[in-house]
Design a protein around this ligand. Structure first.
Ligand SMILES: C[S@@+](CC[C@H](N)C(=O)[O-])C[C@H]1O[C@@H](n2cnc3c(N)ncnc32)[C@H](O)[C@@H]1O
Length: 286
């Protein structure tokens, strides 16, 4: 198994050798990152007050975002109903989760997360291979497979979510999950007031979200200097700073990744982006 890392807040994560990255920011801390970059920016406590939350969790990973969301929602409303659809390509992720030392206050939630089974589940007439955990008020369906493919199929069903946790590995290595084209699909899965939160501060990602038709905003930095990003169709989010607006207008790096048929290999998407970047840099020199 890959190596475990103890992060800044004492919670554990793993290093992923395929992507050469950790599942969480080691400087922010796994738990802290979930809370500050995903759960609070998506207003999970406010949504919980309304009684029912539909969450789309892209990149289930070690399950922190899901676990912290459930914990924070139940803190404000013990009877809240939560329906979570997670997307994850690694079926073996549950072995990694089982070997984590789970923080004391997440132990109950993790024993729920780990109580599930692998099966096939029909969602809106389409059958998906899933890992399903369920109790009286909470349903967690982790759809197993390639993210772009799953999102495309989900968008045909007409599901609409209240919150989206967008947590793939970084755009440099997991490029297929950060294109303007996949953002358009994710947007079609969101209610108008829903908020998408991501740790990414990349200009290519921000520009991609804008071109997909989102309004975007910034979230206070945690464990680093850069602000993370939120996006919504018509919901309430913190504004962009004037400085960031200028960077998005004038930096050569503010070009979205593109994958029109949602099928290109990640390296190819990145190579095309780098070619465009060179053209823009040369143009700005001349
Ligand atoms: C940064 S980790 C997610 C951490 C997680 N949200 C948590 O709270 O522990 C990214 C996850 O996205 C998954 N992933 C990356 N690319 C994917 C793709 N194309 N389709 C489905 N899952 C993908 C990886 O396997 C990994 O588990």
């Amino acid at each position: 198994m890959e190596e475990k890392i103890i992060t800044a807040d004492g919670t554990e994560t793993f290093f992923n050798r395929e992507y050469n990255e950790a599942y969480h920011s080691t400087k922010a801390g796994a738990y802290t990152e979930s809370l500050q970059k995903f759960i609070l920016p998506c207003s999970i406590p406010n949504l919980a007050k309304k009684g029912k939350i539909e969450i789309l969790d892209i990149g289930f990973g070690l399950g922190y975002n899901v676990a912290v969301a459930i914990k924070e929602a139940k803190k404000v409303n013990q009877n809240v109903k939560i329906n979570i659809i997670s997307i994850e390509k690694d079926k073996n992720i549950f072995d990694k989760i089982r070997s984590l030392n789970i923080p004391e206050d997440l132990k109950d939630v993790y024993s729920f997360l780990l109580s599930g089974n692998f099966e096939n589940k029909e969602i809106g007439g389409i059958e998906f291979p899933v890992y399903l955990a369920q109790n009286k008020n909470i349903t967690l369906t982790v759809i197993l497979g390639e993210g772009r493919n799953i999102l495309k199929r989900l968008s045909k069903i007409g599901l609409k979510f209240d919150a989206v946790f967008y947590d793939a590995f970084s755009p440099k290595v997991n490029t297929e999950m950060w294109t303007v084209d996949i953002f358009k699909v994710v947007k079609s899965l969101m209610k108008e007031e829903a908020i998408l939160a991501t740790y990414s501060a990349s200009l290519a990602v921000r520009k991609g979200l804008l071109e997909a038709g989102f309004k975007i905003g910034l979230v206070e930095p945690v464990g680093r200097k850069s602000y993370s990003t939120v996006a919504t169709i018509k919901g309430e989010i913190p504004p962009l700073t004037e400085k960031e607006k200028k960077r998005l207008e004038s930096s050569p790096y503010a070009i979205p990744y593109r994958d029109p048929d949602l099928s290109l290999p990640p390296k190819e998407i990145k190579r095309k982006w780098e070619e465009k970047l060179e053209v823009k840099k040369n143009l700005s020199k001349s």
